[in-house]
Design a binder for this molecule. Structure first.
Ligand SMILES: [Zn+2]
Length: 238
């Protein structure tokens, strides 16, 4: 009574496997879009952080500090020229030396930071160029993906019609049991084959009665262990 239905079920399962392959193609196509979108988003987030890093180098502050010190240096140099006593001269010279040391130290840091800043600004520019340039690429990919996905969806839809037609050919009690179990096992397959008295999914051994009931198509049986709907392997041969 169930042998014909078992054969339909075998075909249904095979068609579903094929549909899954098309669904995988759709998923990987869509991933092309989301990957690029992700990279574009990342470039902008990175830039936000880079801008903060660059600001924290405080280049303008250092420049102002150096200018201030240079102003003081000029003033001190003029004062030194007008010094009348040796102690005065020594005092100015000492102050000048201290400021020169300070300027030297600040300039060293300033130039190091200037180099860092240039590197950061370059990366920001590269990221912005990528962001702008990848917009057209993104549109191209979206168009390509839309075409491929539409094609895959047609294939899936046609195969699903065939699946539904086969499902209607199955014995009503098998159909309702299968549809119920399909929901329970999703996304895994809810059927397994009985091969050498064993369930092909969980390898649990069953008894001889179950085997003959199935192979003669007299009843529907589920694996006592994983509860998948069992299809007799012999149904494949017909
Ligand atoms: Zn099992």
């Amino acid at each position: 009574m169930f042998l014909e239905s078992f054969r339909h079920l075998i075909e249904i399962e095979a068609l579903k496997k094929q549909n899954q392959q098309n669904a995988d193609v759709i998923a990987s196509e869509n991933k092309r879009i989301s990957d690029l979108e992700e990279r574009r988003k990342k470039s902008q987030t990175q830039n936000e952080n880079f801008k903060i890093d660059e600001k924290n180098l405080k280049l303008t502050d250092s420049q102002n500090q150096i200018e201030d010190l240079q102003g003081r240096l000029t003033k001190l140099t003029a004062q030194l020229a007008m010094a009348t006593t040796l102690p005065q001269e020594t005092a100015f010279k000492n102050q000048i030396q201290t400021i020169q040391n300070e300027i030297e130290k600040l300039e060293k840091t300033y130039f190091e930071n200037l180099e860092k800043s240039e590197k950061i600004l370059n990366t920001i520019k590269e990221n912005n160029d990528f962001f702008a340039g990848s917009l057209a690429t993104l549109d191209d990919i979206k168009n390509e993906v839309a075409k491929t996905v539409a094609g895959e969806e047609v294939i899936i839809a046609n195969r699903t019609k065939r699946i539904d037609a086969l499902m209607d050919l199955c014995h009503p009690s098998m159909k309702s049991l299968y549809l119920d179990m399909e929901k329970r096992f999703k996304p895994k397959s809810c059927v397994a084959y009985l091969i050498d008295k064993k369930c092909s999914a969980c390898h649990m051994a069953t008894d001889a009665t179950l085997k003959s009931t199935l192979e003669e198509g007299r009843g529907l049986e589920c694996c006592p262990n994983c509860s998948r709907l069992l299809i007799p392997e012999t149904a494949k041969i017909y």
